[in-house]
Design a protein around this ligand. Structure first.
Ligand SMILES: Cc1ncc(C[n+]2csc(CCOP(=O)(O)OP(=O)(O)O)c2C)c(N)n1
Ligand SMILES: [Mg+2]
Length: 332
């Protein structure tokens, strides 16, 4: 691992609190989503990010507001940390008209153009060409933004991954490829699908700079992303950053998890970023147990308010059903 575990909180106490608060916000929101799914309030697909929170939180805190963000169908946490209000995310999950996509996107298609959050994408690898396009536009118009694209290890098997990596490198575009390697694509272990399991080697074949970081360590992710983004922003071309992480829950809500041992899951849970990071800060005397409990209570209250908002939010009227549906004749 290139980045050693970071022992201290370099950004100080407030910074550490913000990181923990955001990880807790994701965890508590998604635990509630799982419950609401069981109750039939949220339907369709639902992919939880639980276990991987240090990736989105560490990376997004290292990026700037002006940067573009592209994510996958496991993107609730990314949207939330980017600033999409939890209430509008929750209403979107419910399919309500007050959701961030007016209830038409759902869990996999959270989107907020004003916050430069360009989705949520149900297509594995589908976000990479979008990030390349955003970066090409920025380069052509002389802006020094970074287009940060999150994707899973499963995406490296897609043609779109290779096309996007090649063009980004060929045209030296400001793309930060953030691979969240949780070692599985649905029920297929990485080693069963890829001849080359060192994912940074894929970048080398496009003459692209690459690095790895411990995706369970929020400070390591933050530091690696900050370094990577500075390089990309300086016009030195794209960079591939692999974050090694693990999802604690099933792939989606329909997954009997027959492809991995419970012992492996338990082993990774010992590295839970929501235990390890707060425990480290407590041991260092940076934060105490009450402060961490208070952050948790704030997250729980935000979740309760978001659910209340979603419950009360209106459905889109049936009369609007054909709104935004386009046909060659102009009429549905
Ligand atoms: C182009 C395409 N092929 C197949 C699928 C079905 N599918 C959904 S998720 C998934 C696994 C992707 O795994 P990974 O990229 O590692 O992301 P993770 O779920 O682990 O976050 C697959 C194959 C899809 N959505 N899109
Ligand atoms: Mg994966």
């Amino acid at each position: 691992m290139e980045n050693k575990a970071h022992d201290t909180a370099p950004g100080g106490r407030d910074f550490a609190r913000r990181l923990i608060a955001d990880m807790l916000r994701i965890r508590r929101m998604e635990e509630k989503c799982a419950e609401l799914y069981g109750a039939g309030k949220i339907r369709g697909f639902l992919h939880l990010y639980i276990g991987e929170e240090a990736c989105a939180v560490g990376a997004l805190h290292a990026l700037k507001e002006e940067d573009n963000i592209v994510a996958t169908y496991r993107e609730h946490g990314h949207a939330l940390v980017r600033g999409v209000p939890m209430a509008s995310i929750m209403a979107e999950m419910y399919g309500k008209a007050s959701g961030c996509c007016r209830g038409r996107g759902g869990s996999m298609h959270l989107f907020d153009a004003a916050r430069r959050f360009y989705g949520g994408n149900a297509i594995v690898g589908g976000g990479l060409p979008l990030a390349v396009g955003l970066a090409l536009a920025d380069k052509m118009q002389g802006r020094s933004r970074v287009s940060a694209c999150f994707f899973g290890d499963g995406a490296v098997a897609e043609g779109a991954f290779h096309e996007a990596m090649n063009l980004a490198a060929l045209w030296q575009l400001p793309v930060l490829f953030l691979c969240e390697n949780n070692f599985y694509g649905m029920g297929t272990a990485l080693a069963r699908a890829e001849a080359q399991t060192d994912l940074t080697a894929k970048a080398a074949s496009y003459r692209m700079a690459a690095a790895k970081a411990d995706g369970m360590d929020v400070l390591a992710v933050h530091a690696a992303t900050e370094r990577a983004a500075a390089r990309v922003r300086a016009g030195k071309g794209p960079l591939f950053l692999e974050l090694q992480t693990y999802r604690f829950r099933a792939h989606s809500m329909f997954d009997p998890e027959l492809y991995r041992d419970q012992a492996e899951v338990e082993e990774w849970k010992e590295r839970d970023p929501l235990h390890v990071f707060p425990a480290r800060l407590q041991a260092q005397g940076v934060l105490d147990e009450d402060e961490i409990a208070a952050l948790d209570a704030v997250a729980e209250a935000e979740v309760a308010a978001a659910v209340e908002f979603a419950e009360a939010a209106p459905w889109e009227p049936v009369a609007d059903l054909f709104k935004d549906v386009h046909t060659p004749e102009g009429e549905p």
